[in-house]
Design a protein around this ligand. Sequence first.
Ligand SMILES: *[C@@H]1O[C@H](CO)[C@@H](O)[C@H](O)[C@H]1NC(C)=O
Length: 591
Amino acid sequence: MIKAVAALLLAGVSLVLCGRAFEPGAPVKLYANKVGPFSNPSETYQYYDLPFCRPEGGLEHKPETLGEVVDGNRLIMTPYDLSFRKDKADAKLCTKTLTKSEVMQFRKAVSDDFYFQMYYDNLPIWGFIGKLEKEVSASGGESKLKHYVFTHVHYDIAYNGNRIVEINVSTDPAQMLDVSEDVVTGDVPVEATFTYSVQWRETDIPYEKRMDKYRRYQFLPQHLEIHWFSIINSCVTVLLLTGFLATILMRVLKNDFIKYTRDDDVLDETEESGWKNIHGEVFRFPPSKNLFCAFVGSGFQLLALSIFIFGLACVGVFYPYNRGGLYTALIVLYALTAGIAGYVAGSYYKQMDGRAWVRNILLTSVTFCGPLFVVFCINNTVAISYRSTAALPFGTIVIILLIWALITIPLTIAGGIVGKNTRTEFKATCRTNKYPREIPELPWYRHAVPQMIMAGFLPFSAIYIELYYIFASMWGHKVYTIYSILFIVFIILLIVTAFITVALTYFQLAVEDHRWWWRSFLCGGSTGFFIYGYCLYYYFFRSDMSGTMQSAFFFLYNGTVCLAFFLMLGTVGWRSSLSFVRHIYSAIKSD
Ligand SMILES: *[C@@H]1O[C@H](CO)[C@@H](O)[C@H](O)[C@H]1NC(C)=O
């Protein structure tokens, strides 16, 4: 058993380091992955859902990692014979008699702009299965739609020594099968012959560089410059604005400090209003502190998760076009960081004199996972009704549930127990009065929602250019390769969120509104709502997505991503406000 595992590991390592070597004429399998409408990237189907030629003697599946299955990949063997360095001019794949329903399937797929995706020695390739044409008939002005299926596929493969380095696939517009309505009528079956050709050539690109082709910037080349330029532009603008506001805030604070220390002698408290007056209120713990601590705990966990993911991205773990790796990392890292959520929630809850710590742990473990699970159930049901590969197989669901039950939950509980038992006092720099002070009547723009809109605006403007590129790669077919930009933008997002929340907390305290705990969390997290707004904009104006399944996937999964942003940035906002409040109230002398 151990020997087998070791052999497997060794084989895996040598495969990654040296690649697979082939003798001339050695068989190399071409695996089909999925087909689907080009504009709906989540709506994917199995290759053989369409009546393509099947290999003789059964279908062979290729085993996949957890992340690849989650990404909707299902690798299955194709009958193409692409043996190493064996050119083929016009090889026959199969001749098929297509029944009426099979013709209809092809027609539907062509009109939905279906693409196929395959893997050859782990190199991904894409192509369209057919094309749609508008034909204006000679007699009348009426135009009709023609549906064609490509019947000939050509492979260009490059090799270096005895390794495969590159593969291109193309279809021949001269060899198509007409499956239009006016041609295929009645129940007459259609005879179709599928063919392919292979052309090998030598290259001097080293094997190690074979993935670079996919890493290349996918948008137009001049877009790269625009991308950098706009990112730098927005970062500089946002940082300047932040710096400007910070300077003003510092001055105001300094004046306050001077005024408050002088007032000790003058003592005219009748006119006095300001944040100093509520020093007996600001450290009163918030209502629903159980939920509050669960939010903060999850926020810290998600922050840690993002930082780990960025770390992995920066060392180049995630290959483009291999989202499976990213999903595996997300699932495993989420499970492993669960202890952070438990610990942070438990220890803050303890500091706030919470007693129901079992409920606290339960709440912490479902704060993010609960909504995610509900969303997953809905989307999986929709995917099953579409018979799409995006529906997870039962085994995968069991594995994910086991990871959750055996790693996430125990770590959360362990973290919660450790957090509850570490003896730390809440560091309040002022004593809290026994009875809460009344909050003065405040104008409408001091209420939570207007404040949240103000709070989210600046952080959102720092990231919105980047959002387009992320969406185009997550919900489109572009690749995102510049993780360094993303990381810079992420750091700026954190800084700006922290600052803007601190500033709003100051203005809130200045009018003697001391309910800053939840407010700062909501203000910090409000960027999550802005991102959701951007989702709506992207869906309706920037993409061609359509259909129930794609919409459900887009809106529901983005909803959970926005929830993650809300928790993470809310935590950043609240934590920085807490430091700020501690600082300003320790600076004044409060008897
Ligand atoms: C594949 O296509 C690219 C771009 O058109 C080309 O540069 C490359 O040489 C092609 N590779 C092979 C093996 O034909």
